[in-house]
Design a protein around this ligand. Structure first.
Ligand code: KG4
Ligand code: ZN
Length: 347
């Protein structure tokens, strides 16, 4: 008998629904929220309201595109955690109501586990065990995966996430939120070796990005002049703006280059430490063209097996929630419908 899953993702500012039949994603709709752009970041209250507006049409579209009716669905998967509590509650309560009305199981999914398992959506699938570099707006982790439902974090950021490093750098450059994709775009036309930003010296497999942000701030305050930071050496705002406007592609490429080298150096270290030579990329930042290219080049140089999800499964999407719910369904890992709480800010 087929396993048909409807999944819902609403952890941050994307409302998404997907249908998965026997491990194949038949539809994956994502509604973004432009409303946050003017605030330079996600406003939780506005995100919850936008989820309320989007959830019915998005779920409806996902079912229609897949050609599956709600009565044919075997289980509802949804993101339980981590995320913005108001946003999670909208998706969670909607999923629970659907499961109750259809008398089918409800499957709670961990958002970060789902990012990792996005690598199992398309073929060829990575072989187990594999190491996954998961890079998103809220997390930066190296995850060791033994099987779809058995994984552990072996390295993570001690401060900012890689996506935050992109977004905060972009903000310093006067670019709108979220700035990660824009840095990626400008970087393609720039020289990543032109400006040198310092590399953090963090022991083991952990990451740090807060120092990079500070060094970019000082660099811009000096308008690229290589002098030691002193308040009195600061250039005027007009000079800084002109410097940014004249050098934007090279600045973006240099920032991106540093973020990529911090990430891939640790991944390489993790491969040597664990002896696992199958590597995957996941999370919103894995949409970055420079990172994808260098990740694949690193694997090729060393003869490692490499996997990256298709673009639509990198940033937040319900397809990854559906594939995770599919594996959990096969193991009968579903929730009690009587459970009062469907959302947790942290897990
Ligand atoms: O995984 P995701 O969609 O949401 C979270 O779970 O956080 O990741 C969002 C992050 C944002 O910081 C965004 O700027 C970054 O992913 N991002 C990118 C690119 N596309 C999205 N960063 C760099 N280059 C990109 N092309
Ligand atoms: Zn995410």
């Amino acid at each position: 008998m087929s396993i048909r899953i409807l999944a819902i993702e609403s952890s941050c500012d994307e409302t998404s629904a997907a249908v998965c039949v026997d491990g194949q994603i038949l539809s994956n709709f994502i509604a973004g929220q432009k409303v946050h752009e003017q605030y330079g970041g996600v406003v939780p209250e506005l995100a919850s309201r936008a989820h309320m507006q989007h959830i019915v049409p998005v779920v409806d579209a996902a079912l229609k595109k897949a050609g599956v009716s709600i009565s044919e669905i075997n289980a509802i998967g949804y993101t339980q955690s981590p995320g913005l509590i108001g946003s999670l509650l909208v998706g969670g309560q909607f999923a629970k109501s659907l499961a109750l009305s259809q008398k089918i199981p409800l499957i709670a999914v961990h958002h970060m586990q789902a990012h990792v398992l996005a690598n199992l959506i398309d073929s060829p699938k990575p072989s187990f065990p594999f190491l996954c570099l998961t890079v998103s707006g809220g997390h930066t982790q190296i995850v060791q995966c033994e099987s779809p439902l058995s994984m552990k974090v072996i390295g993570e950021t001690i401060d900012d996430a890689a996506g935050e490093a992109f977004d905060k750098s972009a903000k310093l450059l006067g670019l709108p939120y979220p700035g990660g994709p824009l840095i990626d775009q400008y970087a393609q036309k720039g020289d990543g070796n032109r400006f040198k930003f310092p590399k953090p010296s963090i022991e083991g497999l952990d990451f740090s990005f807060s120092g990079l942000k500070t060094s970019i701030l000082y660099f811009l305050q000096q308008a690229g002049k290589s002098v030691t930071y002193k308040q009195s050496n600061q250039t005027s705002i007009a000079e800084q703006e002109k410097f940014i406007a004249d050098n934007l592609p090279d600045i973006c490429a240099s920032i991106q280059q540093r973020i990529i080298s911090i990430l891939l150096d640790k991944l390489e270290k993790a491969v040597h430490q664990t002896g696992i030579q199958s590597i995957c990329l996941a999370g919103g930042v894995s949409a970055n063209k420079g990172l994808r290219k260098e990740f694949l080049a690193l694997a090729e140089k060393n003869g490692w097996q490499a996997s990256i999800p298709a673009f639509e499964y990198c940033t937040d999407n319900a397809g990854m929630i559906a594939i995770t719910a599919y594996y959990k369904y096969k193991e009968k890992q579903w929730s009690e419908l009587a459970t009062p709480s469907t959302a947790r800010a942290n897990w």
